[in-house]
Design a protein around this ligand. Structure first.
Ligand code: CDT
Length: 315
């Protein structure tokens, strides 16, 4: 008998700088209830889901940044209602937040996601590895993308968990552009990858049609799911946050690479799909039977070399 799990992506519309964590939590609880009413048992929320996408702002006062945007405990008094409601409804979820910890006598900050079980326990944690953007102030730019200033590179690697009768992995936003991240999860048998994102509609670096940015988002999701024979659930925070637009297009992609569900708005919106977790099995047995077909003896450069180096012609 095949395994099915009804999974939802709960997209968030804009959160402005004036919105509090309590405001965000209230909306997340509403989305959770809506997902439950649609029959979902697992919900994927966005990256940095309790606050506005603050890396767009240059803020020199780190104490202010910490108090406004970072969580030193999860759940906190403000975010607890989401955890309580999920437990009451018997639902699991993925959610992203800005994590601040004290370790070895120093403060560390990560862009983090957790997997929460239907009993309310936190079963998995992932800290974002691919931090896009820059660390310096670019006053000439329309907005900043300061993930390299506000976060350290994640130190927990790419892991999977046995969770809700499946093998689930986590990634965060920019990770979705890197095939290596998906492949490391797939090599551990991932059947589902959960991913939250915040993606500006405008390209910070050069002019680019917004439709092209969405096109890249969609083809990446379809390719990563198919080539790694996994379900992929991507949930965005979107719309105009204090005038800065981010695109929606949250989606659920089947291991066949087909889009099974996609959001239509740039507001709070839930999409869901009854996912056949065994759908990947045929692909994992045949075309993407890694054990039979991969040739890692020829992939050495993937881990030996970071940036491209051009070999002189014909050598
Ligand atoms: N949040 C995040 O990682 N956003 C990036 C924007 C890249 S442009 C500097 C993304 O890949 O969607």
């Amino acid at each position: 008998m095949s395994r099915h799990l009804k999974i939802a992506a709960a997209q968030l519309g804009p959160l402005h700088r004036s919105d509090t964590r309590r405001d965000a939590t209230r909306r997340l609880v509403n989305l959770l209830r809506e997902a439950h009413s649609m029959g979902a048992r697992f919900v994927v929320f966005p990256e940095l889901a309790f606050t506005t996408f603050f890396p767009r702002w240059w803020m020199p006062d780190q104490d202010e940044v910490d108090s406004l945007y970072f969580e030193s405990t999860i759940p906190s008094a403000d975010t607890q209602p989401l955890f309580d409601e999920a437990k009451r409804l018997g639902m699991g979820f993925y959610i992203g937040y800005a994590e601040k910890i004290e370790e070895g006598g120093r403060i560390r900050r990560f862009n983090t996601a957790i997997l929460v079980a239907p009993d309310g326990s936190i079963v998995g944690k992932y800290r974002k590895v691919h931090l896009p953007g820059h660390a310096d102030h670019k006053p000439e730019a329309a907005f900043q993308h300061l993930e390299k200033k506000y976060f350290e590179v994640g130190d927990l690697g790419f892991r999977v968990w046995r969770y809700m009768n499946m093998i689930a992995g986590m990634l965060i936003c920019n990770d979705r552009r890197w095939p290596e991240a998906f492949r490391v999860l797939a090599l551990q048998g991932a059947e589902l990858v959960a991913l939250g994102y915040n993606t500006p509609t405008e390209n910070l670096h050069y002019p680019e049609p917004p439709a092209l940015r969405v096109h890249h988002h969609l083809i990446m999701a379809q390719a990563m799911a198919f080539q790694n024979a996994t379900w992929l659930v991507e949930s965005g925070k979107c719309g105009f946050e204090d005038g800065f637009r981010m695109f929606g297009h949250s989606l659920i992609v089947a291991p066949t690479g087909e889009i099974a569900a996609k959001s239509l708005t740039e507001e709070d919106e839930v999409i869901a799909c009854n996912c056949d977790l065994d759908l990947a099995a045929d692909l994992k047995r045949t075309m993407f039977n890694f054990a039979a077909h991969r040739r890692p003896e020829h992939y050495g450069l993937i881990v030996e070399r970071v940036g491209a180096q051009v070999t002189p012609a014909n050598e």
